[in-house]
Design a protein around this ligand. Sequence first.
Ligand code: DAH
Length: 335
Amino acid sequence: MANLDLLRKRIAEIDRDLAERLPALTDPAGLESFRVEFLGRKGRIAGLFKLIGEIDPESRAEAGSLLNALKKKATEAVAAREKELSDVHLEERLASERVDVTLPGVYRKLGHLHPLTIVQREVESIFMRMGFDLATGPEIETEYHNFEALNIPADHPARDEWDTFYIDDTHLLRPHTSPVQIRVMKETSPPVRVICPGRCYRRDAQDATHSPVFHQVEMLWVEEGLSLTNLKYVLEAFTKEFFGEGYEMRFSGDFFPFTEPSVQVHVKAPGSSDWLEIMGAGMVDPAVLTEVGYDPEAVTGFAFGLGVERMAMLRYGIGDIRTFLTNDLRFITQF
Ligand code: DAH
């Protein structure tokens, strides 16, 4: 026959277990089996409730309230521990998954345009703002467009100057952009105002100012009444815009079979005493105008072939043309 004292003893045991074992539980599975052990349908507390029937009738009410209090206390204690565990778990997760927004981001190296491309595009944009159109021609050119139509017959000594790489008997890697003039004029009637940028090839030995691969921008303007004065004006406007103040420009006589008269243009950087040739230019030879079907009595024109590498060397103070092609990042990344 159970009595109240015995019940109190068992309640005290459970109390002690709650106090001792509960704080030691650290994972949800352990906590759940603890809950089943004490609060399950066949658990220890339910077992005590079963004893009520065996207690003296006058003590049963007290036994019931003692057990109810125990059950409440145990339920609350388990719930409290459960919350503690999930709080700890959350804190651990927050700590381990913390993102430090003050750390530097993942750095991606961005590329940029090659200095020659920068210069070429700037030349293009200056002339396009002046009303010029853009035209291009093939890098593998016919002998006709490259020489004959430019008033350089087969036996002409001037061919040596543009001695280049032949692909076959009649095709070659173009040594200048002037053949694009011919292609443009044959397709359009005057007035014509174009610039033609592009890569060129020559059998030049490489040195500080020569490269077998280089770039030119060709300019051509054909219209009624153009003279060398207009050419000079265009060039002065262009050099001023490209280089800014302080650069000087100089014209001197030259010879090209496709211009008459012909000039060469030099530019000098501020503070420097070196004049660097940047282009050949001149009034388009009447023989060239006739060849493309124009009437040299009705229209005149002027043209130039500008060296892009030369422009970049002057602008950036680069002493050796070879640095453009060696792909040395210490050089390239400076632009
Ligand atoms: N084509 C010449 C060269 O590469 C440069 C040149 C001279 C172009 C006079 C022209 C010109 O358009 O009119 O040396």
